[in-house]
Design a protein around this ligand. Structure first.
Ligand code: MRU
Length: 351
């Protein structure tokens, strides 16, 4: 488990480590309403698919406490509005919608209970989502660690660590578990332009754990692969379609193509909650477009000429054929991915 808290429930607030300020400042931001939680997700105070899901669930639980009615129909209407607000924060990470659906399902199960009881149940559900995420990432980490050689240089992109989840990580969960298993692992972290999650967050998180990490710019990955300096790639995912196509941070697709060219295994570490069988293929995944100023500026400072036209697709899609395996808490899915993913999800469903 990480030595810091990404997300915490304070009863009257959701506490988030402010990831915009890392690594310079380690501060917790208290969000005291569902609206403040929604803005924190939009502004990337908290980011990473599982972490967004956990935070949204807590935001809904917090908002439900503040709904000023004891009348069931009015309460349900206000609850639905809270869910809609959370759903509008970021479009790509399916864990957000998965967590919202769980909160909705819990409300349905509590139908007929007193409003005070419903509020308590929603809080319980949000806390369970958080707790389960940590357990799931630990299990996923163990599955992935088995794929890591005893001595390995692992390339990763963005931050799929404790900062991106309830507190253990997916891609970095695999790294943590490999280290716990006594393997000698070194991480090569792509800086991940434009928001620099790799440089700012992955390096910070791994340094805190004492796991060796070396930073590269995104454009250096091909060079290192060509020289035989990368043993495997492990990244996270924001959404995996039924076909096995994977949406993840912009730049992931290029890494997958490079890895294939150099015969380097390319693994995606993702909990089952990131697999979305309702999305048929990668082209059906909504790709978030963010403010181009995140491209023309670095840390708020303009680096391109004033008036520069810039694009900012925040994610890309890696076709299933480039993926060596999808590491989940229920096992590793390999080609053909469509059938393997369907099998893993069927096995996981409560009977
Ligand atoms: O824009 P971000 O920082 O939310 O993007 C995060 C990623 O792309 C992660 O790789 C993904 O969400 C998996 S996090 C375990």
């Amino acid at each position: 488990m990480a030595s810091f808290k990404t997300i915490a429930w304070a009863g009257d607030a959701v506490l988030l480590i402010d990831q915009r300020k890392l690594p310079a400042e380690e501060t917790m931001l208290a969000c005291r309403s569902a609206e403040e939680v929604a803005r924190a997700i939009e502004q990337m105070v908290v980011r990473g698919a599982p972490a967004i899901g956990v935070t949204a669930a807590m935001g809904i639980a917090l908002g439900a406490k503040q709904i000023a009615t004891e009348e069931p129909e009015a309460f349900t209407r206000a609850f639905e509005a809270l869910c809609a607000r959370m759903a509008a924060t970021r479009p790509t990470a399916v864990n957000l919608f998965w967590a919202i659906d769980r909160m909705k399902a819990r409300l349905r199960r509590e139908a007929g209970s007193a409003i005070a009881e419903i509020r308590r149940a929603l809080e319980e559900e949000a806390l369970a989502i958080h707790e389960e995420d940590v357990a799931v990432c630990r299990a996923l980490g163990r599955e992935g660690a088995a794929l890591v050689p005893d001595v390995a240089r692992i390339l990763t992109h963005c931050n799929a660590g404790a900062l991106a989840t309830g507190g253990y990580g997916t891609a970095l969960g695999v790294v943590r578990a490999a280290v716990e298993a006594g393997k000698r692992v070194e991480v090569i972290s792509c800086e991940t332009r434009p928001f620099l999650q790799g440089a700012r967050l992955t390096v910070w998180e791994l340094q805190k754990e004492g796991i060796p990490v070396t930073l590269i710019t995104d454009s250096m990955a091909g060079h290192l692969m060509q020289r035989g300096e990368i043993d495997l790639v492990v990244v996270g995912a924001d959404r995996v379609a039924a076909s096995g196509d994977v949406a993840n941070k912009i730049g992931t697709y290029a890494l997958a193509v490079l890895a294939r060219t150099h015969r380097i295994p390319f693994y995606v570490a993702a909990p089952l909650s990131t697999i979305d069988l309702k999305t048929r293929t990668g082209s059906d995944i909504p790709i978030e477009s963010r403010d181009p100023r995140e491209v023309t500026q670095v840390a708020g400072r303009q680096i391109a000429p004033e008036g520069t036209r810039a694009l900012h697709p925040a994610f890309d899609v890696t076709p299933a054929r480039y993926v060596s395996g999808i590491i989940t808490e229920a096992g590793v899915a390999t080609a053909p991915l469509r059938a393997a993913l369907a099998r893993l999800l069927r096995r996981d469903r409560p009977r």
